[in-house]
Write a protein that binds this ligand. Sequence first.
Ligand code: GLY
Length: 428
Amino acid sequence: MHGYGNVLMVGSGGREHALGWKISQNEHVNKIIFANGNGGTYENIPIPPTDIQRLAEYAKNNNCFTVVGPELPLSMGIVDVFESFELPIFGPTRSAARLESSKEYSKNFMTKYSIPTSEFKVFTDFSKAVEYLERIDYQVVVKADGLAAGKGVFVSNSKTEAIDSIDLLLNKKIFGDSCNKIIIEKKIVGEELSMMAICDGNTFVMLDSCRDYKRAFDNDRGPNTGGMGSYSPVSEISGNEIEYISEKIFQPVIEGMKMEGTPFSGFLYAGLMIEKHTGKPFVLEFNTRMGDPECQPLMMRMQSDLYQYILAAEQQALDSVKPIEWKDKFSVCVIMASKGYPDKFETGYAIRGISKNYDPDLMVFHSGTKLNKVNDLVTAGGRVLGVTSMGNTMDEAIEKAYQQVYKISWGEDQQQFRKDIGKKAIGT
Ligand code: GLY
């Protein structure tokens, strides 16, 4: 049967480390190979996630089932290439991945299939965008059309701030071709929520609720990042609300993508805003992969065997599986990052203090780490570690995570982390 044996995990972040950790709990999995992994993943091969031809050769020669973590290889068509060689792989095709790789495509798709999202306009020209801003009387969010590693969204509090963001994107091209076009959309006020599902092109199974902390600093201040922490579940979201999100958002995506001739298979992530005065969910964006760091607490709380769902999805058999079971516990992930992230930062600092005792309720998932020539663990990226804990209460989970965070160091002046992860969940 396809899928049992070796798993090739494409990617090198905390999401891939957590997915690999969870998949490895399936008794039929022989080994997991990460391409190209990090200092915390066990078996790595030096093939970057974007070198699709070499990945396909590796998967073929080593009889691997492939799971793709990040968006870039998906947007480049890794799934299409693997499928052309009849190699088993889990993820959306290039066309389906446009739900994330083009915000314009995604917003038009949402409009066409009546998926709740805020009103928007697309611009390529600076002066036309500014002219539009002069005409409207509400606050906006400015977004790069293409991929920008989670950093292409600018929430503005004034017209001047919005114009500065438009300038950075359309004139200064800070994300290159990804900002040839921009989206200006009406800002919705509320609380964010990340909901994800495993999809097989025809149907889907929902994952539990999760919340991400996007801003760099405490109390949601500072620039947007890929995510500085997360927690699950989001207790104020009831089972009925998840059902509503499933029916009004995920179901129309799956049906719509089928109607477009680009069925969606893979992890689908809806970044939602629960509007403050109506309590209604609006889609801020779709991602065609698991969230990072949302993946880490979700993997920790998942009772069911993830790999079985992935295999069922690849074989378009999700309609025959049961809903995923979750541990009745709380999980928190605190991201430890290099000082200066998401802007300039230095790497190469030796990391000390990671607990060597295996505790399934306290995992330190690695992102930007590597082993140097003398096998020392050193920093190698912006987001470095995701300290992920589980407890019977959210307080317990928070305490457990921070106890470990405060023991880890690569130099006081070289690291940063938020001190308020999970606090929204306990109302402080
Ligand atoms: N944490 C946000 C994302 O994965 O896009």
